[in-house]
Design a binder for this molecule. Structure first.
Ligand code: MF3
Ligand code: CO
Length: 257
C-alpha cells in the first residue's frame, strides 16, 4: 500500500532526515586511513542516540536476508555495492567507501547514503568519475520527482545517467517508498520507462538510491554473510541515496543537515 503523508508528517520526516545527514557526516569524518569500519559505525550511532533517535538498520530483517542486520551503518568497500556490514577492516588510502545510514525519530524514518574516497592517496580519475556519475544520477532522479510525473520518470532519469557513463545497474535492488517503515511501496527502480508506474503526488516520500557498477555489468553476488552485495568482476561500485518528498512546490530533499 502506498501511503501519502500529511504536511505535518513531512516536517517530522525532515527532522529524521537531518539526524541521518548528521550521522553520515560524522561517519564520513571518521573515514581516515587506519580507521576500522566499526569505528565509523560507533560515530554514527553516537549522533543518532544523542538526537534521541534510533538506528533504523539495526535489527532490521527484510525477507531477502538470512539474519537481522547487525549494525547502524552499511559500509561497502571497493567492490562491495551495498549492505556491507561494518567489521574490523581498517580503511586504506584510496578505498572507495559507500556509507548508508537510517534513523527513526518520533516514528518517522530517514534513509541516505554517500560514496567517498578515503584520503591519503591520489584519487584515481575512474573512481572520481564513478562517484560523480552516481551523484548526477541521484540529482537527475530527484529533479524528476515532481507532481504529475510517474515512478518510471525517476527510474528513467537515474538509469539514463548511469548507462551514459557506461556503468552497470543491479536489477533487483533500488529505491523505495519510506515513512513509518523504512521500506514502503512503491519500489523505485534505478532504470525504467518514462510515463509508466505510480503517479507522483504531494505527500509521497521516496528513497532514491542509484547503485553504479564500474565494470559495466549488472551482475552481483552476495557474500556468505548473507548481506554484502559485490560486483562479480571485482570492479568498484558507488551508492548514493536521499529521502525525498514530492510536493506541489517541487522535490524536497529531507536528508540534509
Ligand atoms: N538504503 C538501504 C536500502 O534501502 C538500507 C538497507 S538497510 C539494511 O536497502 F538494514 F537492510 F541494511
Ligand atoms: Co534505502
Amino acid at each position: 500500500m502506498i501511503e501519502i503523508k500529511t504536511d505535518a508528517a513531512l516536517e517530522a520526516m525532515r527532522e529524521a532526515g537531518r539526524v541521518v545527514a548528521n550521522a553520515l557526516a560524522a561517519a564520513r569524518e571518521a573515514a581516515v586511513p587506519g580507521a576500522r569500519l566499526r569505528d565509523l559505525d560507533e560515530a554514527a550511532r553516537a549522533v543518532i542516540e544523542k538526537a534521541g533517535a534510533r538506528p533504523a538498520f539495526l535489527g532490521y530483517h527484510p525477507s531477502f536476508a538470512p539474519t537481522p542486520y547487525p549494525a547502524v551503518l552499511c559500509t561497502s568497500v571497493n567492490d562491495a555495492i551495498v549492505h556491507g556490514i561494518p567489521t574490523d577492516y581498517r580503511l586504506r588510502p584510496g578505498d572507495l567507501l559507500s556509507l548508508d545510514c537510517g534513523a527513526v525519530l518520533d516514528g518517522w524514518t530517514g534513509d541516505s547514503a554517500l560514496s567517498l574516497l578515503v584520503p591519503g592517496a591520489p584519487a584515481r580519475p575512474e573512481d572520481e568519475r564513478l562517484i560523480r556519475t552516481a551523484e548526477r544520477a541521484l540529482e537527475a532522479g530527484i529533479a524528476a520527482a515532481v507532481t504529475g510525473a510517474r515512478i518510471g520518470d525517476i527510474a528513467h532519469a537515474v538509469g539514463t545517467v548511469a548507462r551514459a557513463g557506461g556503468y552497470g545497474v543491479p536489477q533487483d535492488f533500488g529505491g523505495h517508498g519510506i515513512g513509518r517503515a523504512m521500506h514502503e511501496d512503491p519500489p523505485v527502480p534505478n532504470e525504467g520507462r518514462p510515463g509508466r508506474g505510480f503517479p507522483l503526488r504531494h505527500g509521497l516520500v521516496l528513497a532514491i538510491e542509484p547503485m553504479l557498477l564500474a565494470g559495466g555489468r549488472d551482475a552481483y553476488v552476495c557474500d556468505p554473510d548473507g548481506w554484502t552485495l559485490r560486483t562479480t568482476d571485482g570492479s568498484r561500485a558507488a551508492h548514493v541515496e536521499h529521502t525525498v518528498a514530492i510536493t506541489d512546490d517541487g522535490p524536497r530533499v529531507l536528508t540534509l543537515p
